[in-house]
Design a protein around this ligand. Structure first.
Ligand code: PAF
Length: 275
């Protein structure tokens, strides 16, 4: 695997790369990321991964500083997954001066759900992803479905800006007890780790209730939020939304997704389940 730390090195390496399949990450790779690398292998001649913890998508007081940086272990996993090139820029390479131009998602995508609780987050994601796309110039890019709203923002960004990139979604990879794999799971204490799968179990019950015909979504949302609170969580939201666009369910909805975010101790976990 070639490791390129600068944009010019990467561009040189990719000159004759053929069809590029790209997996952007912030590192601390787990099986969810690795399954995207394997999917990427099926999609391109050259698999490029990136590791860059993007300051722009963190708010002051969030976990930018403590976000786990595990470069050596990540490289081992990427090599084992047959990744061809790792782009590993530092902050001065990505942001040689404070970023002045940004990609701004529309309010209806940016200020709901995650965006309501993490203002500016999707602007930071959209900006860095656009910049990474310009640097890597992939034909295909792969993102995990655990960050469901991020995936929706990126799909719409690519469509609205006519970027010639096919976006592929990878399924959420879960631990045996159902907890969605996430770099942030590493922050959990042993007791919190034992409690954490409750989120998935409650979303699964909610999904079953909807499949059985329950249409009082507000009641279901409230029940899950209350149950989480009773077990020491601080839910930000539990929401049933339309899959496309994540708006409130309408009479003509073509499919639903349940999304939730909640704090367990000092760790904020998110999850979702399509219905
Ligand atoms: O999902 C992530 O890891 C990040 O949001 C991404 C897409 C790499 C942008 O920094």
């Amino acid at each position: 695997m070639n490791i390129c730390e600068t944009i010019s090195d990467l561009r040189n390496r990719l000159k004759t790369a053929g069809r590029i399949a790209f997996v952007p990450t912030m590192g601390n790779l787990h099986d969810g990321h690795i399954s995207l690398m394997h999917q990427a292998r099926q999609q391109g001649d050259c698999v490029v991964a990136s590791i860059f913890v993007n300051r722009l998508q963190f708010r002051p007081g969030e976990d930018f500083e403590r976000y786990p940086r595990t470069f050596e272990a990540d490289c081992q996993r990427l090599r084992a997954a047959d990744v061809d090139v790792l782009f590993f820029p530092d902050e001065t390479e990505m942001y040689p001066q404070p970023q002045r131009y940004h990609v701004e998602p529309p309010v209806e995508h940016d200020q709901i759900l995650e965006g309501e609780f993490r203002p500016g987050h999707f602007r930071g994601v959209a900006t860095v992803v656009t910049k990474l796309f310009n640097i890597v110039q992939p034909q295909v890019a792969l993102f995990g479905s655990k960050d469901y709203q991020q995936l929706m923002v990126i799909r719409n960004l690519v469509a609205d800006l006519a970027l010639p990139i096919t976006i592929i979604a990878g399924d959420t990879v879960r631990a045996e007890d159902g907890l969605a794999l996430s770099s942030r799971n590493g922050y959990l204490t042993a007791a919190e780790r034992a409690e954490a799968p409750r989120l998935y179990r409650l979303l699964s019950d909610m999904r079953q209730a909807i499949l059985r015909g329950e249409r009082d979504y507000a009641k279901l949302e409230q029940h899950v939020a209350e149950t989480l609170r009773e077990h020491g969580w601080r839910p930000d939201y539990v929401a049933v939304r339309e899959k496309l666009g994540l708006q409130l369910p309408s009479a003509h909805e073509s499919g639903l997704v349940i999304l939730a975010a909640a704090l367990l101790g000092s760790t904020r976990l998110i999850d979702n389940l399509e219905v």
